[in-house]
Ligand binder design. Sequence first.
Ligand SMILES: N[C@@H](CCC(=O)N[C@@H](CS)C(=O)NCC(=O)O)C(=O)O
Length: 202
Amino acid sequence: MIKVYGVPMSRAMRVLWALEEVGQPYELVPTHFLTDAHSPEYLKINPNGRIPALRDGELVLFESLAINLYLARKYGQMLWPKAVADEGRAYQWSIWALTELEGPVITTLMHRMFLPEAQRDPKKADEAAEGFKKPLAVLDGTLAGRQWLAGAEFTIADLNVASVLMLAPMANLDLSAAPHAAGWLARCTARPALAKARATPG
Ligand SMILES: N[C@@H](CCC(=O)N[C@@H](CS)C(=O)NCC(=O)O)C(=O)O
């Protein structure tokens, strides 16, 4: 059976969401990012010392959004784009989510919510919130003319980007200037598979 290493309150949620979408049975191997991720046993699975990681038979993968592209390609007929051009869009948006969008979102979240209060820096949070406006505008502009990012249906491109953007409200990042992106995010996060993933204990 597929194994996911991680805990739900982490980037592992992205992979749990994808697994629920594709309907494959899996086992969540509790692996906490602060402790277990640096153990010698886990470093053999992901030498980066980060979660999530995935084992599927002989294959071991790290990088949450790459794992999701693999799961969609292998198991998710409905999630994988139908046209090759849309496959290109799925790669593009997945890499974009990590290189353009995630940095500002995570920095804001850390400095507004997750770090112990003494370590929070409001200036860093505000700068990151400012930096968030640019990728948000890019996404909003794209979604002004279409319902989904890669083709006519919800695909792994949407899941991967939404799994990063859905952290924005937790960081008090305002989406009101981006109604198309906000509407699309609401469509993505209403998916029953995400509700199932969020119900994972741990
Ligand atoms: N780009 C990686 C980032 C993974 C990552 O940073 N995970 C965090 C938990 S959400 C972690 O394991 N942090 C432990 C550490 O950096 O020591 C991915 O998307 O999988």
